[in-house]
Design a protein around this ligand. Structure first.
Ligand SMILES: *[C@@H]1O[C@H](CO)[C@@H](O)[C@H](O)[C@H]1NC(C)=O
Ligand SMILES: *[C@@H]1O[C@H](CO)[C@@H](O)[C@H](O)[C@H]1NC(C)=O
Ligand SMILES: *[C@@H]1O[C@H](CO)[C@@H](O)[C@H](O)[C@H]1NC(C)=O
Ligand SMILES: *[C@@H]1O[C@H](CO)[C@@H](O)[C@H](O)[C@H]1NC(C)=O
Ligand SMILES: *[C@@H]1O[C@H](CO)[C@@H](O)[C@H](O)[C@H]1NC(C)=O
Ligand SMILES: *[C@@H]1O[C@H](CO)[C@@H](O)[C@H](O)[C@H]1NC(C)=O
Ligand SMILES: *[C@@H]1O[C@H](CO)[C@@H](O)[C@H](O)[C@H]1NC(C)=O
Ligand SMILES: *[C@@H]1O[C@H](CO)[C@@H](O)[C@H](O)[C@H]1NC(C)=O
Ligand SMILES: *[C@@H]1O[C@H](CO)[C@@H](O)[C@H](O)[C@H]1NC(C)=O
Ligand SMILES: *[C@@H]1O[C@H](CO)[C@@H](O)[C@H](O)[C@H]1NC(C)=O
Ligand SMILES: *[C@@H]1O[C@H](CO)[C@@H](O)[C@H](O)[C@H]1NC(C)=O
Ligand SMILES: *[C@H]1O[C@@H](CO)[C@H](O)[C@@H](O)[C@@H]1NC(C)=O
Length: 678
């Protein structure tokens, strides 16, 4: 075997001794956050890069390098902090005198900026699957000469949006966007929309007649935004958390804007499969127990059963519980709550007949508790040693996850988070698409861990409050993983009147409203080879996502370019001193990535990313691919030529109907002929 692989994982903060690196080694430095909640966490990417090197070695890619060559993979925790990343990299470079041959990562936009600056200074190539902001190729970064982007970039996405707009001749565009506040996801939507604005300014494909985002004085009012959209635009481009998209579509529906005259182009902020096959319109819980004097142990949740004329028919789920040895006391916000005494016989039991309470895959459980000082007890649990949520030593919160067959998976814990003797709005969620379980407190994520993609043990009856000393109220169970905005919105789901049984048409109306939505997400290769790649990754313990795949391809690109550069006569020692020499063979080329997918890197070092545009299937409520946008050829290709688009108004929205107000220097459309004339 030509090349040997050594892996040295270290965390710089704990570093004391010198790292041994020999002059003939190629140092692959992986920088990512250690926090496993991220789809691009250090362990996942390091494992993937390691595997890619093994695989490339087996395929003979390193034969030109000579037998002494060693690839040393080092990994570094970016902590998603620009400052910490700078500190660690400069320490490594100047103190340890360790010069990476290539940096793989980081991912979030601000740390990529930092790594890219240092990479430029040191002539070290930086390859990322993140850092999508279009600003990197602008003067501010001198074009980021050492940065190669192998994932999605906002400038390429903007081109996909532009091609969709021109396909339909859509010209009057409103932009509505908000960023969710989270450390590793800084200003995602801001940069994404900026790239779209720049594209429209450059290509003149359409005019922006309105723009709304959060101001210093608070969140954007989506209802008033829809009111203004109706007057000036026909296309709304959005980038928001899920609950905002639901609220926007609800507002649009209420204003009669979902009849086919408008189209909403939704950009999935993280491309984590948020739209693909997801029931975005789904809002209600599968179980809702207000747990107060009025409702006792009654379940007031309901399921949609169709429509009769103007009325939506809902049937109660009625998974009523039974209380034993409990009392009522004052609850939060003046409503009553249930008191559990802390003994094993004081509890509520909810029968689970294997229907909707057996959620099996994704779930969210939300509940309000006022637990005692030093309390230990079950807040919520599926019997038969299934999934369980507990108060631990007064202030701790823990959730146990168990596979369907009873195999224990993991305990997710957070110490010192509950305030005993006060009301705490807590929750636990598990997302089957990412394999990540999270704990929530007062609407904020407080812990998260990867537990794998599994079916959960949720088939048993549910017990509430066993050995728990304190008060519990407003228990909610959902069969999907909520994000922070949805959890915040569900906080008052048990408030008076909301807990009453009303035949509202909300979910059905949302489903109807989402027919006006087209969502843009990343294209995944549909080949057998790609399935094989996913399977092999899983055998290595890594669940595929678009970041993991792009980082795999980053290593392939670097190794391929290295092989070619050396084969063309370059001296490996020079390549280590000056990474610019390899870049020539990395840019303006195509290569085969995971699953033999053809990947093209443009002349500026950005991938010509492919996207998929999905629409909702009105029968199933699932989103399904309709077009692929092919980045290299810059064309839209219908996924299945036999399909026809489901437009709520039978035809695509008219781009320039009469009677639209002008804005931003755009003239109004003509006056409509008055009714009396027609
Ligand atoms: C590596 O470079 C050599 C020399 O150009 C070439 O023959 C070989 O095919 C390359 N390996 C791969 C896997 O591309
Ligand atoms: C867009 O405009 C062009 C030229 O005016 C026309 O040929 C084409 O059919 C229009 N596309 C749609 C979807 O209306
Ligand atoms: C639009 O483009 C022009 C010229 O290309 C430039 O001068 C102008 O500043 C741009 N406007 C915006 C809002 O970016
Ligand atoms: C649950 O309680 C409601 C209201 O008291 C009642 O109408 C319903 O029949 C009960 N369902 C079951 C299955 O006990
Ligand atoms: C709670 O349980 C832990 C062990 O899980 C135990 O160490 C602790 O003493 C218990 N606290 C009380 C107040 O029972
Ligand atoms: C929480 O419950 C305790 C009794 O268990 C009670 O004394 C206290 O007032 C409650 N706190 C609030 C904020 O209601
Ligand atoms: C590195 O290589 C590039 C491209 O060949 C060259 O332009 C540059 O001058 C070199 N820099 C150093 C410091 O050798
Ligand atoms: C990119 O490659 C093409 C041919 O493959 C070549 O014509 C073009 O000049 C190259 N561009 C740059 C900037 O090197
Ligand atoms: C990649 O490109 C090659 C050559 O153009 C073609 O034969 C192959 O089918 C392409 N592969 C995929 C997955 O599109
Ligand atoms: C499209 O329809 C034609 C004729 O009905 C059929 O032969 C073909 O297989 C269909 N293609 C797809 C992708 O379903
Ligand atoms: C944008 O508005 C200008 C007037 O301000 C108009 O001349 C132009 O045609 C509009 N562009 C499109 C694509 O509708
Ligand atoms: C549980 O089973 C489902 C289907 O099997 C029924 O539709 C529900 O009515 C039933 N729920 C209860 C509370 O009995």
């Amino acid at each position: 075997m030509a090349a040997r692989l050594f892996l040295v994982t270290f965390c710089l903060i704990l570093l004391s001794g010198k790292i041994e690196v020999f002059s003939e080694d190629f140092v692959i430095l992986v920088i990512q956050p250690q926090d496993v909640r991220y789809a691009w966490s250090l362990d996942k990417i390091t494992l993937t890069v390691e595997w890619a090197i093994d695989d490339l070695g087996d395929r003979g890619l390193f034969n030109s390098l000579g037998t002494n060559t060693v690839f040393r993979v080092l990994s570094l925790d970016s902590e998603c902090s620009q400052y910490r990343t700078n500190l660690k990299l400069t320490y490594l470079y100047y103190e340890q005198r360790l010069r990476p041959s290539v940096i793989i990562g980081p991912t979030d936009v601000f740390t990529v900026a930092e790594a890219s600056r240092l990479g430029t200074h040191w002539k070290v190539p930086v390859i990322t699957a993140g850092g999508p902001a279009s600003t990197f190729r602008e003067d501010e970064f001198q074009g980021a000469p050492m940065l190669t982007r192998v994932g999605h970039t906002d400038n390429k996405l903007a081109k996909a949006v532009g091609s969709l707009l021109s396909h339909f001749n859509w010209t009057r565009v409103a932009l509505v966007y908000r960023d969710s506040k989270s450390k590793c996801h800084g200003s995602t939507c801001f940069f994404r929309i900026k790239a779209i604005k720049d594209m429209l300014n450059e290509t003149k494909t359409a005019n922006i007649t309105m723009e709304r985002t959060d101001g210093p004085d608070g969140q954007v009012d989506l209802d008033s935004a829809m009111k203004d959209v109706a007057e000036v635009a026909r296309v709304v481009i959005t980038c928001t958390p899920i609950s905002d998209l639901q609220e926007m579509m609800r507002a649009a529906k209420n204003r009669g804007m979902t009849d086919g005259r408008f189209v909403f182009i939704a950009i999935d902020p993280e491309f984590e499969g948020m739209y693909y096959g997801t029931h975005l319109w789904k809002t209600g819980p599968v179980g809702l127990w207000p747990l107060n004097r009025k409702n006792n142990a009654k379940d007031v949740s309901k399921s949609y059963r169709g429509r009769k004329g103007d009325r939506c028919i809902w049937v109660g789920n009625w998974n009523n519980g039974t209380m034993a040895n409990t009392e009522y006391a004052e609850g939060p916000d003046g409503v009553s709550s249930v008191v559990f005494t802390g003994s094993p016989v004081s509890k509520m039991v909810i029968p689970n007949n294997g229907s909707i309470l057996d959620v099996r895959q994704s779930l969210t459980v939300l509940v309000k508790i006022n637990g005692s000082v030093n309390g230990n007890g079950t807040i919520f649990s599926y019997d038969g040693s299934g999934m369980e949520l507990r108060q631990q030593d007064g202030k701790g919160l823990s959730a146990r996850f168990v596979r369907r067959d009873g195999h224990f998976l993991k305990q997710v814990k957070k110490d010192d988070v509950l305030t005993p003797d006060e009301w705490n709005y807590i929750g636990v969620s598990y997302d089957y698409r990412t394999g990540i379980a999270k704990l929530w407190h007062d609407g904020k994520e407080v812990a998260g861990e990867s537990i794998g993609i599994v079916d959960l043990r949720t088939q048993g009856d549910i017990t509430v409050g066993e050995q728990f000393k304190g008060r519990i109220t407003c228990l909610q169970v959902y069969n999907y993983a909520m994000d922070d905005s949805q959890i915040e919105a569900a906080k008052d789901a048990c408030e008076d009147r909301k807990d009453e049984f009303v035949d509202s048409c909300d979910e059905e109306e949302l489903l109807e409203a989402f027919r006006s939505v087209l969502a843009i997400t990343l294209r995944k290769p549909a080949t057998e080879e790609f399935k094989d790649f996913v399977k092999k990754l899983e055998d290595r313990g890594v669940k595929e996502n678009h970041y993991v795949t792009a980082y795999h391809d980053s290593m392939v690109l670097f190794a391929t370019a290295l092989n070619e550069t050396i084969a063309a006569g370059a001296n490996p020692a020079d390549l280590k001193e000056n990474g610019s020499l390899i870049l020539k063979n990395m840019w303006n080329r195509t290569f085969q990535g995971a699953g033999k997918d053809n990947i093209s890197i443009d002349e500026l070092g950005d991938r010509d990313t492919d996207y998929t545009i999905v629409e909702m299937d009105k029968e199933s409520g699932n989103f399904k691919p309709f077009w692929d946008y092919m980045g290299f050829t810059k064309t839209l290709k219908q996924v299945n030529p036999n399909q026809t688009m489901d437009w709520p108004g039978a035809t695509p929205p008219d781009p320039e109907p009469c009677g639209l107000r002008g804005s931003n220097g755009v003239p109004p459309t003509e006056d409509c002929p008055s009714k009396s004339l027609t």
